[in-house]
Design a protein around this ligand. Structure first.
Ligand code: APR
Length: 273
């Protein structure tokens, strides 16, 4: 039985348009807890999860209260954002940046709001759920670096006068259309999808692996809308099997930590390239 790291390295080397999809599991080795793992934030703090489901509505109804919560004035979830703004990338993030530098990985589409892929040197990163390092105007779409906006007066306001929010996409909030379109364009082009550290249960992001597996939208694997055969290899790296494993969306799962498996694959590639 060929070991899967070698198989993944070979598949990546043979790929023409590989993309990576990542989730919170990428950052647990950077001391940021995931959400639904055994030590996950939602698993261990149901109150925080309930508040997270109310957050977008809170912003729409009372942007000042939203900011007070986000800045941890009240016993909310706020300080978590400050914690992840201080975090540093781990070997998994650097390995994906290396795959990009080798010309193999065409982009990273991440659910993570921590900005660690960019901090590790990845250039082509789509932050599908936004970033804690950015504030966004939901009216004109303008984005501002967090540091550049004064929070002396709450809520901070956009030049267009509308209250700003974190760029982070909260539950029940629509994904900015430009980000969604860009992600789907990349996925429709890919011939290899490397899925790292996500339970793949949150939609619409969780649609992306299914789009790769069933490009025609009908449950016929590997056939596109024109009826042409398109073989997309879907590889998972996760400490545990996920929904994608169970549904057979992924071709194979490399069970392990992203911070160990991904550098290992880079090592093999370096010796074979
Ligand atoms: N290496 C590999 N996999 C890991 C590691 C690791 N070091 N640590 C945890 N995992 C796995 C867990 O087993 C789990 O399958 O990563 C997955 C993390 O899943 P979730 O906690 O559900 O995180 P994610 O899929 O990113 O959540 C999606 O949900 O809460 C919302 O907006 C939030 O973007 C987030 C979205």
């Amino acid at each position: 039985m060929e070991d899967l790291d070698k198989r993944a390295a070979r598949d990546l080397a043979e790929s023409k348009y590989a993309v990576a999809l990542t989730g919170a599991g990428m950052s647990t080795e950077s001391e940021i807890p995931d959400f639904r793992g055994p030590k996950g934030i939602w698993t261990t703090n149901k109150e925080a999860e309930a508040k997270a489901y109310q957050r977008y509505e809170l912003f729409l109804n009372n942007p000042r209260a939203y900011w007070e919560e986000m800045l941890g004035f009240q016993r909310g979830h706020g300080t978590f954002y400050e914690q992840i703004r201080q975090a540093e990338p781990n070997r998994g993030h650097y390995a994906l940046a290396e795959l990009e530098a080798l010309g193999i990985l065409k982009c990273v589409i991440t659910q993570n709001i921590d900005g660690l892929h960019k901090k590790a040197g990845s250039k082509r990163v789509l932050e599908y759920h936004g970033s804690v390092h950015v504030l966004r105007c939901i009216s004109c779409g303008s984005r501002f670096a967090r540091e550049e906006v004064s929070l002396d007066a709450l809520p901070p306001r956009c030049q267009c006068g509308v209250a700003l929010k974190y760029d982070v996409v909260h539950f029940k909030e629509p994904i900015p259309s430009n980000v969604m379109e860009e992600a789907e364009k990349k996925v429709s082009r890919c011939d290899l999808m490397l899925i790292c550290g996500t339970s793949a249960v949150v939609y619409p992001f969780a649609n992306l692996p299914r789009m790769a597996r069933f490009p025609s939208g009908r449950l016929i694997p590997g056939v596109d809308v024109m009826g042409h055969r398109t073989i997309v290899k879907v590889i998972e790296v996760n400490t545990d099997p996920t929904q994608l494993t169970h549904e057979g969306i992924s071709d194979y799962l490399i069970q392990g930590k992203t911070g160990e498996v991904l550098p290992g694959i880079c090592e093999i590639l370096h010796h074979s390239l």
